[in-house]
Design a protein around this ligand. Structure first.
Ligand code: PLP
Length: 377
């Protein structure tokens, strides 16, 4: 709880809320379903070391990352659970992946050849998961051609190479209409039937956060929640998670602006009468979208203060004419709760014409992540 890191702008992260959100996913899908928390992109920008520290007590089945580098970072942190690398790996990185005991997700037979070669040359055994493309279209073996690749994948198992699982990924589990999820699930089931019985330890999985909450009947052996764990709404008509994170920044300067005074690059706002403005120490250099200029709000003293003028790299200016008593050093809330007001990631995303994922993962290194973890589950 160091206060010296709360000097300018920072992100507060509540580890106990992260665990609570995982337990809510577990409550949706049932106790017997394994948890593969996705900790890619530095745990969606919140800091992978502390995220893993918070999640270890609830004993995930494995962790999910996007790159070999991210997997290696988990090993450097001392993580001993399986680590799945979900994005196809560039040809030069198979050896590094095998040496770090990472589980690769494969999309083609050429990848299987590369993995086999890495196992042969390193003498280290490896297991892999087979990704099935049922409509996402960015990676995976084609669902229509399982009769061709299926037998070849099965044949290659053995000699230090194990089939650890088979999975697919839904493209639209975030929308309320579940028709596409059902048809992807049916394609996936067709593939599983074509493959025949998998090794006993192999995991079948499909669900991201939205699917785990909306369609728990497709949970299979394990689910792969990401966004919901970190406090963002996973999709339409889905429950709000515990908030997990807040973004705060200090008021650095306050002044009274006479009528006609302008603010920010391009002078896009002019005071309509006498206005009172506060300069707050956060800008697009911190990952605050520039689209929030003359659109977004922050919370000051538990009330909404509209952003006036464009977002600068390092600061924003907000109108505090209606909020008495604001002084230099006060804390403005950019995302999160202050008093009985809350600004959600979803609200910021709507102002910025994007999705909560991009807002969450977009906050820059300049903001220290300050974890508050009471360890009370
Ligand atoms: C990122 C990712 C997830 C997690 O998705 P959320 O929508 O953040 O829950 C699950 N599976 C795969 C393959 C992913 O890449």
């Amino acid at each position: 709880m160091s206060t010296e890191r709360r000097t300018r702008a920072w992100i507060e992260v509540h580890g106990d809320d992260l665990r609570r959100n995982l337990e809510r996913i577990r409550a949706s899908v049932g106790e017997d379903v394994g948890m593969i928390p996705m900790v890619k992109a530095d745990a969606y920008g919140l800091g992978v070391a502390r995220a893993v520290g918070a999640l270890e007590p609830v004993r995930p089945l494995a962790y999910g990352v996007a790159t070999v580098e991210e997997g290696r970072e988990l090993r450097d942190l001392g993580v001993t659970r399986p680590v799945l690398v979900f994005t196809p790996v560039p040809p030069g990185l198979y050896r590094a992946a095998v040496e770090a005991d990472l589980t690769l997700c494969l999309s083609e037979l050429a990848a299987l050849d590369r993995l086999r070669e890495a196992v042969r040359t390193t003498g280290v055994e490896a297991s892999f998961h087979v990704e099935v493309d049922t409509g996402m279209g960015r990676s995976g073996f084609g669902w229509r051609e399982a009769g061709e690749w299926g037998p070849l994948v099965r044949e290659s198992v053995g000699a230090g190479l194990g089939l650890g699982g088979c999975f697919t990924h839904f493209h639209s589990a975030d929308v309320a209409e579940v028709g596409s999820v059902r048809s992807q699930w049916e394609r996936f089931q067709d593939v599983l039937r074509a493959l025949g019985p998998l090794p006993g330890e192999a995991l079948v999985h499909a669900c991201n956060s939205a699917a785990a909450l909306r369609c728990p009947e497709y949970a299979a052996d394990a689910v792969r929640p990401g966004i919901f764990l970190y406090g963002a709404v996973a999709g339409e008509e889905l429950p709000a998670p515990e908030p997990v994170m807040a973004v705060r920044a200090r008021v650095l300067f306050v002044r009274d602006a006479p009528p006609g005074s302008t603010v920010g690059y391009g002078a896009t706002h002019a005071a309509r009468g006498w206005e009172r403005w506060a300069t707050v120490g956060i800008g697009y250099g911190d990952g605050l979208p520039r689209r929030l200029g003359n659109r977004g709000h922050v919370l000051v003293s538990g009330r909404r203060a509209p952003i006036v003028g464009r977002i600068s790299m390092d600061v924003i200016v907000v109108d505090i004419s209606e909020i008495p008593g604001v002084g230099v050093g006060d804390v403005a809330t950019v995302v999160g709760r202050d008093g009985d007001q809350t600004i959600t990631l979803e609200e910021v995303a709507a102002w910025a014409d994007t999705i909560n994922y991009e807002i969450l993962t977009g906050f820059s290194r300049r903001l220290p992540r300050i974890w508050i973890d009471r360890g009370d589950g």
